[in-house]
Design a protein around this ligand. Structure first.
Ligand code: UD1
Length: 341
């Protein structure tokens, strides 16, 4: 069965491609390599022994998307990762974000609308909840006014899919609302490859640990949490990748109850920034150089998932602990920096 994975050379995309290949799906990757590298294909081959089909296409080119679906008219499912994801950059370049994240989604759904049936998985984010009133966050928590154009593209994206499914019952879709992905494949063949200075906590920590950055700035220790630093739900990227496979299988086997569904994908546990640093120090045996600085604009205080819907309905649950995920992130960092020397 042929599955299109857009953004399949990216961080979460590449780990999902591995899981799909290991479940014997045929995978076609579309990626424009704007934030990824074709070398990732070698990592995927090293792990799975298989080479997915790769098409270097920019999904903002509507005609190229149509041409792709003419060539591969036997695609039965689409997992759509391709998108821009830097919150700060989205504030500076809103139109780029709306174009990258929404035009591409529309062009894909237009193609699926003319098929007899199609399954679609969308990369959404816990950012749609903003600062939720209650923890853990269930899927019924209200979607709050987005804090950034990036967050808005996820909210609007979900609405576009919901509206499309209402009038195209042959399209079945699931949005997965990711909490904070981290880590790398245990083989260290694939992992996160942030370009430039990492914006996210874990790659910043591992790059500081390896000596690429001088120190980590911890954004605020005066929040109303036990140690004063913000709390998030950090999920191992391999667990997250597996959630895509079970979500896709639900749709392909027509087990979905509605043709548009939403699931949280997290661990259900919250960890503070200082706890994440503690985990790094435990698994690496190194002291991390960090300093407390002022709060970062737009940060929510606490966000962690209620994962019972995914557990009950998808039969999926995250397996890895924070330390296991951190160990994989650290092993990956050590490997890529050794290779770079
Ligand atoms: C946010 C969104 C997430 C989105 C992601 C995109 C929420 C709850 N989460 O993640 O859905 O996909 O942006 O990038 O809205 N921190 C530091 N120092 C650093 C970096 C981070 O102290 O150098 C802290 C932050 O203040 C935060 C935590 O680490 O408390 C995690 O930050 P980050 O990795 O950037 O992810 P979120 O902002 O939670």
């Amino acid at each position: 069965m042929k599955i299109l994975v857009t953004g399949g050379l990216g961080f979460i995309g590449s780990h999902t491609v591995v899981e799909l290949l290991q479940q014997n799906f045929e995978v076609v990757i579309i990626d424009n390599c704007s934030n990824s590298s074709e070398d990732v294909l070698d990592g995927i081959k090293a792990i799975t022994g298989k080479s997915p089909i790769f098409e270097k296409i920019d999904l903002r080119e509507k005609e190229a998307v149509a041409e792709f679906f003419r060539k591969y008219n036997d695609i039965e499912g689409v997992i759509h990762f391709a998108a821009s994801k830097a919150v700060g950059e989205s504030v500076d370049k809103p139109l780029l974000y709306y174009e990258n994240n929404l035009n591409t989604l529309i062009y894909l759904l237009q193609q699926l609308s003319s098929k007899e049936s199609a399954s679609f998985i969308f990369s959404s984010s816990c950012t749609v909840y903003g600062q939720a009133d209650k923890m853990p966050i269930t899927e019924n928590a209200p979607v709050k006014q987005a804090e950034s154009p990036y967050g808005n593209t996820k909210q609007i994206g979900e609405e576009i899919i919901g509206d499309t499914c209402k009038v195209n019952p042959q399209i079945k879709a699931i949005s997965l609302r990711y909490f904070n992905p981290m880590g790398a494949h245990a083989s260290t063949e694939i992992g996160e490859l942030p370009i430039g200075v990492p914006q996210n906590l874990v790659p910043f920590i591992t790059q500081t640990g390896i000596g690429l950055r001088e120190e980590l700035s911890v954004f605020g220790d005066d929040y109303s949490t036990p140690d004063g630093t913000c709390i998030r739900d950090y999920i191992h990227v391999v667990d997250l990748a597996k959630a895509h496979v079970v979500a896709l299988e639900r749709l392909l086997k027509n087990k979905n109850e509605e043709n548009y569904e939403v699931f949280n994908v997290g661990t259900g546990k919250g960890n503070s920034v200082l706890e994440v640093i503690g985990s790094f120090e435990r698994v690496s045996g190194k002291k991390l150089n960090y300093r407390i600085v002022g709060r970062r604009a737009g940060d929510v205080v606490v966000a962690y998932a209620d994962t019972s819907k995914a557990e009950t309905i998808l039969g999926w649950k995250a397996d890895s602990t924070l330390d296991e995920a951190m160990k994989s992130a650290w092993d990956w960092e050590c490997k890529i920096r050794n290779e770079a020397q």
